[in-house]
Design a binder for this molecule. Structure first.
Ligand SMILES: [Fe+2]
Ligand SMILES: [Fe+2]
Length: 368
């Protein structure tokens, strides 16, 4: 099936049915991209030089800069987070819901599972970022981008470290990677084109992460998680800016046909990222039939779901616009993003303009 005739509400895709559950400890992916040396050491990209300097002064230490001795109340945290999920209201209120029999106890248990699942996917996505950015140091042809990517590798190691520790110490263990997220990471790494690593990771996966971290940071009052997310977001904003600043230059020189294939990749990634939030693993562990639940959620008028999706894409859409991807080729991607109801925040600031204002580490140090 090509991207253009794909059913965006394919339940099998939402369930991740095309991919076996990842229950192995080590997962291998073939990698086909070319490794590039450059003998041109001139610092010719001032925006990347500035970003690199910022990265060097905004490092933090996961071991000493976070209050790890905080006692975490999982039920309270899940209740705060669950309350923001208006997208589940249709399952609670409408006739014919497969969860009509669920009471407060079932929803409270689901909220805890959902929270653990969400942080677990953050963890696995962070490892994806660690691997992809290591790859970029090798495949990108520009010295300024190799320097910057090297700082991002350290950032991502720290992010994997903090989420792994939080889940292990405060939540009692992680969910496996969601098949839609895992499949997307494989596709990003498999691709031969160096810019696709950036587009898939820095623009799509990290753009969505930045918005999702922001939503969780806003609703949680748990002090350790709040500070952890604040510092991770401070780094993520630079990473997304790295993608925008690098690809903007590169995409300005591509043909219409080459741009169309990037638009298609971005849309496939968007579907995988959206689909993962249907979280079939959580429904299953909570004793519900994932297929029936997802079918009901998507087959019913659900403004809560549309708003949730639009918020998740509130960084991705303005950044795609800045890259020229939204409106190239008669607005192909604009139309697709409209179809999946994520176009809403297209005129919000793009991350290459707002990253400096999100630097929480520098702000804390200036106030100290
Ligand atoms: Fe990260
Ligand atoms: Fe990142």
């Amino acid at each position: 099936m090509t991207t253009t005739d794909r059913d965006v509400n394919d339940i099998d895709a939402m369930l991740g049915a095309s991919r076996a559950a990842l229950d192995e400890v080590v997962h291998a992916v073939d990698q086909h991209s070319e490794v590039l040396f450059t003998w041109d050491y001139e610092r010719s990209r001032p925006a990347l030089v500035k970003l690199y300097e910022k990265a060097k002064t905004s490092q933090w230490n996961a071991t000493t800069d976070l209050p790890w001795d905080t006692q975490v109340d999982n039920e309270k945290m899940a209740a705060e987070f669950g309350g923001s999920n208006a997208r589940f209201a249709v399952l609670q209120n409408l006739d014919g819901s497969p969860l009509a029999k669920w009471g407060q106890k079932e929803w409270a248990r689901f909220a805890i599972e959902q929270q653990t699942w969400m942080l677990s996917q953050f963890l696995h996505g962070e490892q994806g970022a660690l691997v992809c950015t290591g790859l970029i140091t090798a495949t990108v042809p520009w010295i300024d981008a190799k320097y910057y990517a090297a700082t991002q590798v350290v950032d991502e190691a720290r992010h994997v470290e903090v989420f792994a520790r939080y889940i292990e110490e405060k939540m009692g263990g992680a969910y496996p990677i969601n098949p839609n997220l895992g499949g997307l990471l494989d596709n990003i790494i498999n691709d031969t084109r160096w810019d696709i690593t950036y587009l898939g990771m820095q623009i799509m996966v990290e753009g969505l992460a930045l918005a999702a971290f922001g939503m969780m940071h806003m609703v949680t009052s748990e002090p350790l998680l709040k500070q952890l997310l604040r510092y991770v977001m401070s780094d993520e904003a630079r990473h997304v800016a790295f993608g925008v600043l690098s690809l903007r230059e590169y995409y300005a020189g591509l043909s219409q046909e080459e741009i169309l294939s990037r638009q298609e990749f971005a849309f496939e990634a968007a579907l995988a990222l959206r689909n993962r939030f249907f979280a079939p693993e959580v429904w299953e562990r909570s004793g519900a039939d994932p297929r029936a639940v997802i079918k009901f959620m998507t087959g019913t008028y659900n403004p809560g779901q549309d708003m949730f999706q639009a918020m998740l894409f509130s960084k991705i859409v303005p950044n795609c616009k800045k890259l020229g991807l939204l409106d190239a080729g008669d607005g192909w991607l604009r139309q697709k993003f409209t179809e999946i109801a994520v176009i809403q925040f297209e005129d919000w600031a793009d991350t290459s303009e707002e990253y400096a204002s999100l630097d929480a580490v520098a702000r804390d140090r200036a106030g100290a």
